[in-house]
Design a protein around this ligand. Structure first.
Ligand SMILES: *[C@@H]1O[C@H](CO)[C@@H](O)[C@H](O)[C@H]1NC(C)=O
Ligand SMILES: *[C@@H]1O[C@H](CO)[C@@H](O)[C@H](O)[C@H]1NC(C)=O
Ligand SMILES: *[C@@H]1O[C@H](CO)[C@@H](O)[C@H](O)[C@H]1NC(C)=O
Ligand SMILES: *[C@@H]1O[C@H](CO)[C@@H](O)[C@H](O)[C@H]1NC(C)=O
Ligand SMILES: *[C@@H]1O[C@H](CO)[C@@H](O)[C@H](O)[C@H]1NC(C)=O
Ligand SMILES: *[C@@H]1O[C@H](CO)[C@@H](O)[C@H](O)[C@H]1NC(C)=O
Length: 279
């Protein structure tokens, strides 16, 4: 009796039941390996998902053929006993099951693998999109950091220079999260208020999920409207090329010179005319 119990226990564990997690990236692909005994011939391999794994997504059967429900983004390799999923979306996050049955399995037991698919998005670097400085007492500046297309939602972290450690507060963060209803990706932003003593020259950056913005000056006396560039690693502020500045300067000087000459000529003419008429 005791022997039988041990045998049953052993066969229960030997049946094989694997459960693991795979991380996928939005628009990327993943491969799931179904737990199986390669020595035994397959009867079928089914890939199922949805609630209680009731939805048949794709599969292979040694003697039947059927229409997969997701042929455009999944495939089954029955020789390798693997499943591929591509063009991944946030909505693909969830649990899947790979069910394998062997030809020599007389009692119909299957070998199941449960896969948890966790999704992340490769978002671009966050950008510091707005800086607004006002002179109140010793002066303060507010900076806004924005990250586009983030998943899962995460918090923006500010890298604050040591001198400003006691002189800043995060004004706005969690209340400025928006989720796209189609892609389920988040746009998040955070506004931080730095107090700026004197003409302090310090840089800060912000980061989300290990990706940092470029370093940006914290304190500036005048308000500015930095360029809101969606790309990675662009600098702040309106940068006018040096050549344009030089040409503008020359033109301005020429214009002033012409005005002065015209004024002198007019004054001389008027004086001359006055003299002629009063003599
Ligand atoms: C995500 O980023 C990693 C690292 O930069 C890169 O290797 C991978 O190809 C990216 N994946 C997608 C789907 O963009
Ligand atoms: C299964 O994978 C193997 C190895 O990558 C490959 O040689 C074979 O062509 C694949 N079979 C199918 C049906 O895709
Ligand atoms: C926080 O953000 C919201 C929306 O952008 C804005 O209306 C509100 O004034 C901000 N709060 C502070 C304290 O800056
Ligand atoms: C997120 O930001 C991008 C770029 O600014 C914008 O196109 C998109 O509409 C935003 N999504 C939401 C849900 O606001
Ligand atoms: C920033 O902080 C200063 C003082 O520390 C305060 O007077 C000012 O109202 C704050 N600005 C914002 C936008 O919260
Ligand atoms: C952001 O700031 C931190 C701390 O100053 C620094 O270690 C990191 O290299 C900075 N990242 C970038 C991209 O400048």
């Amino acid at each position: 009796m005791k022997m039988l119990f041990i045998l049953l226990g052993f066969s229960f564990f030997a049946k094989g039941f694997t459960d693991y997690t795979v991380t996928g990236v939005v628009k990327g692909s993943v491969e799931f390996i179904c737990d199986s005994d390669k020595q035994r011939e397959l009867k079928y391999l089914y890939f199922q998902g949805g609630k209680d794994f009731k939805i048949f997504l794709n599969g292979w059967h040694s003697s039947k053929s059927f229409k997969p429900t997701r042929p455009e983004t999944t495939s089954v390799n029955h020789t390798e006993r693997t499943i591929s999923m591509w063009d991944l979306k946030v909505s693909d996050e969830g649990r899947y099951k790979c069910i394998i049955s062997y030809k020599d399995s007389l009692d119909g037991t299957t070998e199941d693998t449960i896969i948890h698919l966790k999704m992340t998005a490769n978002h671009s670097a966050p950008t510091i999109t707005h800086r607004n400085c006002e002179k109140v007492g010793e002066g303060y500046c507010t900076l806004t950091c924005t990250a586009i297309g983030v998943f899962p939602v995460s918090k923006i972290a500010w890298d604050v220079p040591l001198v400003l450690e006691q002189r800043w507060t995060e004004v706005n963060h969690s209340d400025t999260v928006v989720q796209d209803i189609n892609t389920l990706l988040y746009n998040i932003s955070s506004t931080a208020n730095f107090s700026c003593p004197g003409e302090l020259q310090q840089n800060t950056n912000c980061s989300v999920g290990g990706v940092s913005s470029v370093k940006t000056p914290v304190c500036q006396q005048h308000n500015d409207e930095p360029t809101n560039s969606p790309g990675v690693g662009t600098t702040m502020g309106r940068e006018v090329p040096v050549g344009v500045m030089a040409v503008a300067g020359v033109l301005l000087r020429l214009f002033l010179l012409v005005i002065v000459v015209v004024v002198i000529v007019v004054v001389v003419k008027v004086l001359y005319w006055y003299k002629m008429n009063h003599n």
